[in-house]
Design a protein around this ligand. Structure first.
Ligand code: GTR
Length: 408
């Protein structure tokens, strides 16, 4: 929580609100069955979220190919580590993104893979000395030695605790990650220097519905999946899209749009992710738009301080994962992300799951800290501690994936 934000993290300040009805279309007609959902309501919700929150995702098809740059055996031989250069081509334009893929050496069959973006570069995920540093803009993070928005060698391995590759490969999973800034640098002055240039020239002010960084990150996750589809060692039908915080927002939006992802995980994604905007608890639409004007579409700003007029809320984003397994995770001290709002959104998404024949076992009462709900198609936990992705979070994701996916 930022200093001076206490007022916004007080339940007594949550206004009375009504959520927009999930199972009712824009003409007020009830969504009665799976056919109504697939043919009418689902596309309508994707389109509303594009128009009002994330901006429009380009529909133009692109070509994605991967070329192997490096391969090593790592973790005492438990994993193959591959550095792959993804080339994304749209007509005459192309854009390159390095991607890191870990595969368990013990398993001879195609494996399920966790796919997620990282905040600061591939070199922060591993200490491997040959991992290239990002060439472009990175966040200034003193503990990674990334001053003046340039990555440096001292950041090597600096975020490896967020990426328990060893555990994941030993549990039978692959892991794929790319640096979010290679799709869209996370900065108002630079975010159009990634995949944006494949489609549009810079425009200021942006068109009301032009995509922001969250949309570009989500799109990037799908391009990694395009590559994984071509990778024989990967069971791409069992890919799990996940993300922490701002990248959790992107993972949810990717899972909502791209039904190829078999499972969706949001770790502390908060405002613009899993949390109900109408609660105005912790980070609000006005605050996020002011601090991160490049994340969402311009129209989202019309709802600063007037969430009640927004035709969507975040339970609709979560519902778009249905009927696939969805996991939402909160942390008890991460009030800025509104744990209760994240839980209520998960509960409010359950009616879409029920419509599609899936069981959701979330109760009205929020689960206690450290008591995950893993059965049923929507998983949830709140752990003790602050904003972050910890081994505890990962062990729930592994258990949830093992429960819901068919592992070889
Ligand atoms: C915060 C932001 C949140 C969340 C977080 C993060 O500053 O207010 O929405 O995304 O950053 O990504 O760590």
């Amino acid at each position: 929580m930022l200093s001076g934000e206490r007022f916004y993290c007080d339940e007594s300040n949550v206004p009375r609100y009504e959520l927009p009805v999930l199972l009712q279309d824009v003409h007020g007609e009830p969504v009665r069955d799976a056919a109504d959902w697939w043919h009418c309501r689902r596309p309508e919700l994707v389109s509303l979220l594009e128009q009002y929150v994330y901006g429009a995702t380009p529909t133009a098809s692109v070509d994605v190919s991967g070329s192997l740059l490096q391969e090593d055996r790592v973790l005492d031989g438990a994993a193959r580590q591959r550095l792959i250069l993804l080339t994304i081509t749209h007509g005459e334009r192309r854009h390159e993104v390095p991607c890191l893929l870990y595969l368990p050496t013990q398993i001879q069959k195609p494996v399920p893979v966790f796919v997620g973006l990282n905040f600061s570069g591939l070199h922060t995920v591993t200490e491997h000395p040959d991992m290239p540093l990002p060439m472009g803009w990175v966040r200034s993070e003193p503990d990674l030695g990334a001053g003046a928005n340039r990555a440096s060698d001292s950041g090597r391995g600096g975020r490896r605790r967020r990426w328990p590759i060893d555990t994941l490969v030993r549990e039978g999973f692959g892991v794929a990650t790319a640096y979010c800034g290679d799709f869209a640098p996370d900065d108002i002055l630079h975010y159009q220097k990634g995949v944006w240039s494949l489609f549009d020239g810079p425009r200021n002010p942006r068109h009301q519905e032009q995509w922001g960084a969250v949309g570009m990150w989500a799109w990037g996750l799908s391009r990694i999946l395009d590559y994984l589809e071509q990778e024989p060692a990967v069971d791409w039908r069992q890919t799990i899209v996940f993300g922490h915080s701002r990248l959790g927002k992107a993972a949810l939006w990717a899972g909502a749009q791209d039904e190829r992802f078999a499972m969706v995980i949001s770790n502390n994604s908060g405002c613009g992710g899993a949390a109900i905007s109408r609660r105005r608890f912790g980070e609000t639409i006005a605050k996020i738009n002011r601090q991160f004007p490049h994340w969402f579409c311009e129209r989202f700003r019309n709802f600063n301080e007037s969430e009640e007029r927004l035709p969507v809320d975040q339970h609709m984003l979560l519902a778009l994962a249905a009927p696939r397994p969805l996991y939402v995770a909160s942390a008890s001290e991460d009030l800025w992300a509104d744990p209760k709002g994240e839980y209520l959104a998960a509960c409010a998404a359950a009616s879409a799951y029920a419509l599609l024949g899936q069981r959701v076992l979330l109760q009205e009462e929020m689960p206690l800290i450290g008591h995950p709900v893993c059965e049923g198609s929507i998983g949830y936990h709140i752990r003790s501690g602050g904003h972050g992705i910890t081994d505890y979070d990962w062990s729930q994701y592994v258990a949830f994936a093992k429960h819901h996916l068919t592992l070889n």
